[in-house]
Design a protein around this ligand. Sequence first.
Ligand SMILES: *[C@@H]1O[C@H](CO)[C@@H](O)[C@H](O)[C@H]1NC(C)=O
Ligand SMILES: *[C@@H]1O[C@H](CO)[C@@H](O)[C@H](O)[C@H]1NC(C)=O
Ligand SMILES: *[C@@H]1O[C@H](CO)[C@@H](O)[C@H](O)[C@H]1NC(C)=O
Length: 314
Amino acid sequence: MSHICVASFSFLIPLTLLYSAVISDAQKLNNRPIIGVLAQEVYSPSPGKNSYIAASYVKYLESAGARVVPVMINRTEEEYTILFKSLNGILFPGGEVSISSSGYAKAAAIFYKLALEANLKGDYFPVWGTCLGLEALTVLTSGKSLLSPTNTTGVSLSLNFTEESKDSRMFKDFPEDLMTSLANEAITENSHQWSVTTEDFNGDENLKKFYRVLSTNTDGQTEFVSTIEAYDFPIYGTQWHPEKNAFEWTKANIPHSPAAIKTTFYMAQFLVNEAKKSLHKFPSRDEELNALIYNYQPTYTGWKSAFEQKYYFD
Ligand SMILES: *[C@@H]1O[C@H](CO)[C@@H](O)[C@H](O)[C@H]1NC(C)=O
Ligand SMILES: *[C@@H]1O[C@H](CO)[C@@H](O)[C@H](O)[C@H]1NC(C)=O
Ligand SMILES: *[C@@H]1O[C@H](CO)[C@@H](O)[C@H](O)[C@H]1NC(C)=O
């Protein structure tokens, strides 16, 4: 019970509610989960292309039995609050925008705050950060950026699991052979220039108390945290890219071995199963159908982008 410390928000956490947040709704499952994927600014905006979502995140969630709603940037807090009550979880993807001032960062901050408040009330709502998304989560939890440069743009690595990973929610249902592969084969794809070093992570009381570190990695010189899960909230992050193994082919270092593909699926299934514990729903069928990603068409961008396909938005 002592693991909570949310510096950036002023409300006090009623300790008695913590475990109900993580456990209470677990009995009732929502087998039609809808997960929000956050958009982000494009590098050079043009008509019809102000923001995007890489299609691999959508396929990733769909492959494990979820539907996806794009969460647009630059919307009001009121709009996000309404959408929050309709979604069963949110994924903050990787990317290249600012983790403090972009539309992506602002939306992530609102969803993070709403998720903390809801989970404390026993209203289960998972939050996932991949790569930039993990970095954004560390900023939201610690109240500051602790990023250090690492030589990790385009390398596949095995995970150095911590002792604590054995008790993790994320990996506890993974098959033993897959855990052995993850620990010994370079099947997690890293595409980041920045990381939170293990030293900085452990040196920050807010991060250390909030998240259990499940794995670390090193670029040969600097050790950084690569997988985290919050102790008392369904909040998770990987510095690596589980979605790329099965769905991205643009770079030679992306692993596609059987164990790599299995990793994509088990990671997706974990998040989707978390979302099944959320009972949020859209107020009407029309609103649900209008919000789904099926209303948008992905564009083939693999010729000149790190992503095979992207959804562009106005
Ligand atoms: C979002 O708002 C920022 C200003 O806050 C602006 O620079 C940016 O172009 C907007 N992006 C989109 C996609 O509307
Ligand atoms: C970065 O890592 C690559 C291997 O992934 C290595 O070839 C390169 O020399 C490293 N660069 C530096 C500056 O350490
Ligand atoms: C794994 O992490 C432990 C604890 O930080 C460290 O002592 C060990 O050297 C790491 N192993 C590898 C292969 O990086």
